[in-house]
Ligand binder design. Structure first.
Ligand code: ASP
Length: 324
């Protein structure tokens, strides 16, 4: 009898959570952005959730939880209730580079999440303050050889995209600048425009408007082709540094244990956003790359995370990146 009662409770419990998932979402959803407002992760998050919230019929509230290169916010999101009401925007840093740099990281990017889908690819650019004394990448490399120890590089914290792509860049050119950490490359960009920091490697969606406006310099884009959003910026190959090839990605995750039908609803809303003309245009105007349909599934995101962790760990070790 007791056994039957227990089994019944279990069945009813399941049915209740199934019904909850069926009605999901019945209240606003929080998306944790693990960097300061106004930066690239925040920009991608706001553009895609704007459309996702219309499909889901509920508001998606962005919560910026910055710190430790994005790992503070992702840790908090990973440990939240897996009910679909807390999701997050992760990226190549938090879900690719971070494990190599934080031996005590409190989440495993390959195991502790329910991947939802890729949101946008974001090519990396080498940018400098407007008055930096070098007019092109060659001039920059010469300047770094002669005065590299007096130069400052901005980044969004150890393990972030700007940090890991910056470490890679510095190791290729043999530069040892003073590294200056920010809570995101939004605030770092403000300092670049204020001339208080010298250069950074950052995602296109953050820097494109300021390059277009002539407020900062762009030396090169680290992709095989130029970006339609910045047709005048040469590729690293054209600028003489073809070895530096790197592009970041941004993706939506939920905590592990999120019910499959909730994951499916979130994925459906993301896929619809990426098919929407206005959403696509907003991302593309900033140089964002829309993932191909086969790249928009939870399964392909899981594979991407696994391959990125495997790829970045030796790259960062070889570049001599220090673990924290
Ligand atoms: N995602 C950026 C980075 O990792 C920072 C930001 O979004 O502000 O460098």
């Amino acid at each position: 009898m007791k056994k039957i009662a227990l089994a019944l409770t279990a069945v009813l419990g399941l049915a209740a959570s199934g019904a909850q998932a069926q009605n999901y979402p019945t209240r606003p959803i929080t998306m944790i952005v693990p960097f300061a407002a106004g930066g690239p992760t925040d920009v991608v998050a706001r553009i895609v959730t704007d459309h996702m919230s219309r499909t889901l019929g509920q508001q998606i509230v962005i919560e910026n939880v910055a710190g430790a290169g994005g790992t503070t916010g992702i840790t908090r999101a990973a440990q939240s209730q897996p009910d679909g009401y807390t999701i997050m925007m992760g990226h190549m840093g938090t879900h690719g580079a971070a494990p190599a740099l934080y031996p005590n990281l409190r989440y495993d990017p390959t195991k502790d999440f329910a991947p939802i889908g890729l949101a946008a690819g974001t090519p990396i650019l080498i940018v400098a303050r407007k008055d930096f004394p070098a007019k092109d990448l060659k001039g920059f490399l010469d300047h770094m050889k002669a005065n590299g120890d007096k130069v400052n590089m901005a980044h969004a914290g150890v393990g972030s995209v700007s940090h890991s792509t910056g470490i890679l860049f510095n190791s290729i050119i043999g530069a040892k600048p003073t590294m200056v950490a920010y809570r995101g490359t939004g605030p770092a960009l403000n300092d670049l425009m204020a001339n208080t920091v010298d250069y950074m490697t950052d995602q296109i969606v953050n820097v494109a408007p300021q390059i277009q406006g002539g407020n900062i310099k762009a030396y090169a884009i680290a992709t095989p082709e130029r970006s339609p959003a910045l047709p005048d910026v040469p590729t690293t190959k054209e600028a003489g540094l073809g070895d530096y090839q790197v592009s970041a990605w941004n993706a939506v995750f939920a905590p592990k244990g999120t019910p499959p039908d909730v994951v499916a609803k979130l994925n459906d809303a993301l896929v619809k956003a990426l098919s929407d003309e206005n959403t696509r245009k907003r991302l593309q105007d900033l140089g964002g790359v829309i993932p191909a349909p086969e790249e928009r599934t939870p399964e392909s995101l899981q594979k991407l995370v696994e391959s990125e962790v495997a790829r970045w760990t030796p790259v960062l070790q070889a570049a001599g990146a220090k673990a924290e």
